[in-house]
Design a protein. Structure first.
Length: 266
């Protein structure tokens, strides 16, 4: 039997050279690795707000070309995306059985798509689905059902003015009971938790979006820009403008830091 491995290697190397040469000619650059990792980690933490901020459409800037057929190229990238997200979620606590089954379901759905728009829509559904599952995985380890539902409510209304009364009405609980329950499980008051979560989103928007400080303050429904700057500095140790100059992809977990500091001082 003739060994053709050397010939195969030469052919592969030739194709790689031609591919890289074409990319250089077209000034092609792959997507930022740091941003890509931040995107996967935001899915694993169940942070839907950050996921929406970091997500990029399939085959937008930074995606390689896997097929000359546009629809098939999208589907190939969809499979790659699902595979990466599946493995990140498993490493962050989702059971392999659930992760692989979820992956199979989305891939089979994408396979039936007949237009590029359908694949893009399915990609958005897949990202949202995995993110919400991971949020449940993380929350069910620690919190009661009522607090989990409250956290979900807050996560979905961060652009609104969130009042505790709205949440207790949603949960059908008494305000004093919910207030005690929430603080006992999370280590901070309801209002402080909401503020911290808004500041975390604001920090992500400063890092990843082109929005101005005033726009971010308005989007997250802070009462005034000066109040936004005050609470931002309280939890991050720096003003929004100073933070913007540093522009760091990986920020600290403000909630964990706040609870840790409270416990250390008590």
């Amino acid at each position: 039997m003739i060994n053709n491995s050397s010939g195969d290697d030469n052919a592969t190397n030739k194709r790689m050279f031609e591919h890289l040469f074409a990319q250089r000619e077209e000034n092609f650059e792959h997507a930022s690795f740091d941003r890509e990792i931040a995107f996967y980690e935001s899915i694993c933490t169940g942070d839907l707000e950050k996921v929406k901020l970091l997500a990029t459409p399939l085959c937008s800037g930074g995606y390689g070309n896997l097929s000359k057929d546009p629809l098939r190229n999208l589907k190939y990238h969809f499979v790659v995306s699902v595979a990466m997200i599946t493995r990140f979620c498993i490493s962050s606590g989702m059971t392999p059985e659930e992760a692989y089954n979820l992956s199979d379901v989305y891939i089979m759905k994408a396979d039936t798509c007949t237009t590029e728009a359908e694949v893009h829509d399915m990609h958005d559904q897949m990202i949202t689905g995995f993110t919400k599952r991971m949020r449940t995985v993380r929350n069910t380890r620690v919190y009661s059902k009522q607090v989990i539902r409250a956290i979900d409510y807050i996560s979905e209304h961060l652009h609104d003015k969130i009042k505790m009364q709205d949440v207790v009405d949603y949960l059908n609980l008494s305000l004093p009971y919910f207030s005690r329950l929430f603080k006992s499980e999370l280590g901070v008051t309801f209002s402080e938790y909401v503020t911290i979560k808004k500041v975390e989103v604001a920090a992500d928007m400063i890092r990843y979006s082109g929005s101005s400080i005033l726009e971010i303050s308005n989007i997250l429904n802070f009462s005034t820009q000066s109040y936004f700057i005050k609470v931002f500095k309280k939890y991050t140790g720096t003003t929004p403008n100073e933070y913007k100059k540093k522009y760091n992809f990986f920020g600290n977990n403000l909630l964990e830091n706040t609870v840790h500091n409270k416990n250390s001082s008590s």
